[in-house]
Unconditional design. Structure first.
Length: 403
């Protein structure tokens, strides 16, 4: 058992080394020069977000981007609160805002993916930029994200830090969420992006339709971000960049409770078996490493000190490697104040990985007041707003309503 644990730890350090090299490459990437203002379609999908949406709308109103080059498409996805009224009022104040409402669901199309697809087909901007209803990006966000799109770039992924961070719980969550961004950045430095967040990402309209949008992944409730990223990467139609500069950050609010956090992370883990084989294998080995560490904590009650002592050494070595990598990433992201809670986070991390990796494959989760399993029923070969392409016009007339 100890030999297996050492082997898995060696594999983990190879991955950390690979990610570290990717970070160095990312850091050395030349900044894109200003090349005008491409047309941008900013898409936000909201369901029952009356408490969070006003902050985002204020942030969008402050964006430093030419209004005649920007469309803002706000999709009210079956809200039962005042979300629709907030969107309608904002649209009445700005000529470049497109309000939409979706009134129903489809068994074969995850609600958020359908809302995004609907918005994309109702806008015309060259660049599709996405964020969430609880985000609060800075005034240069759209400008700096669009700036990365040189002719060879088809997708840009960005960072959404958790804010505020006033409580110990929020600080733990902020560090954990930052680790996802650090992994995404390291992989992108090699041209093999591993993950991204739908609260801060952009892609070319032409690239979206070239890979047929969400076809093949529409039935997974989650994955409007990383599954589309993997599909874009597999198509090999252009470069995918990751941006870490603070001006490109789109902060989002952390979960307010353990229940909300549990549902969110279960949703994130629910589609992991749909990743490409090599990534799935790597995640399986990572799961096995953390499962072995978790078992090592309790081995003292069964095997005495024979496995417990090696486990403690592995935990210390693993934590040291993670600390060095995350500190390097924090310098690039401007996130140097996250590490006061690192010791506790390192101790909890193996149990966190095992719990959510297992839970994500079996458990139901709640998202915006609805209960879901990992994926919907069946998915047709070609989707357009959830219907076959020949029925696109009828669907848009009947269920994708403008206010």
């Amino acid at each position: 058992m100890t030999a297996l644990l050492l082997l898995l730890t060696f594999f983990y350090f190879i991955i950390l080394l690979w990610l570290g090299i990717g970070l160095q490459r990312l850091k050395k990437m030349p900044k894109s020069p200003n090349h005008g203002f491409p047309t941008v379609a900013l898409v936000v999908c909201a369901r029952n977000e009356e408490q969070r949406l006003p902050r985002l709308l204020q942030a969008l109103a402050r964006q430093d981007y030419p209004a005649d080059r920007l469309e803002i498409c706000l999709v009210d996805d079956r809200s039962t609160d005042c979300t629709g009224e907030l969107i309608a009022a904002f649209a009445a104040a700005y000529d470049n805002v497109i309000p939409l409402r979706i009134d129903d669901t489809l068994a074969n199309f995850a609600p958020k993916k359908r809302a995004i697809d609907t918005a994309i087909r109702r806008t015309t901007g060259e660049i599709i930029l996405l964020t969430d209803a609880d985000a609060e990006p800075g005034p240069l966000w759209i400008q700096e994200m669009a700036r990365v799109f040189t002719p060879e770039v088809v997708m840009v992924c960005g960072y959404s830090p958790y804010a505020p961070r006033t409580t110990f719980w929020q600080k733990i969550l902020a560090l954990e969420y930052f680790s996802h961004a650090a992994v995404a950045a390291g992989g992108s430095g090699h041209g093999r992006p591993l993950t991204c967040t739908g609260s801060n990402m952009a892609y070319r309209r032409g690239a979206y339709f070239r890979i047929e949008g969400f076809d093949g992944i529409a039935h997974w409730i989650s994955g409007d971000d990383d599954l589309l990223l993997h599909k874009m990467c597999a198509a090999r139609i252009g470069k995918i960049h990751y941006v870490a500069h603070p001006a490109t950050h789109a902060p989002v609010r952390p979960p307010n409770s353990w229940r909300e956090f549990q549902s969110q992370r279960t949703r994130y883990a629910s589609k992991s078996l749909h990743y490409e084989p090599l990534l799935t294998l790597s995640l399986a080995l990572f799961f096995l490493l953390n499962l072995s560490i978790g078992a090592g904590w309790f081995s003292i009650f069964i095997a005495g000190w024979n496995f417990f002592i090696p486990t403690l050494l592995i935990i210390a070595i693993k934590a040291a490697g993670e600390f060095l990598y995350l500190r390097r990433a924090a310098q690039i992201f401007g996130e140097k104040k996250l590490f006061a809670v690192f010791p506790l986070a390192a101790l909890l991390h193996p149990f966190y990985v095992v719990y959510f990796a297992a839970r994500g494959q079996f458990a139901r989760f709640t998202w915006r007041g609805e209960n879901f399993v990992a994926r919907q029923n069946t998915v047709p070969q070609h989707l357009c707003c959830g219907f076959p392409k020949e029925r696109q016009n009828d669907h848009q007339q009947n269920t994708c309503k403008s206010f």
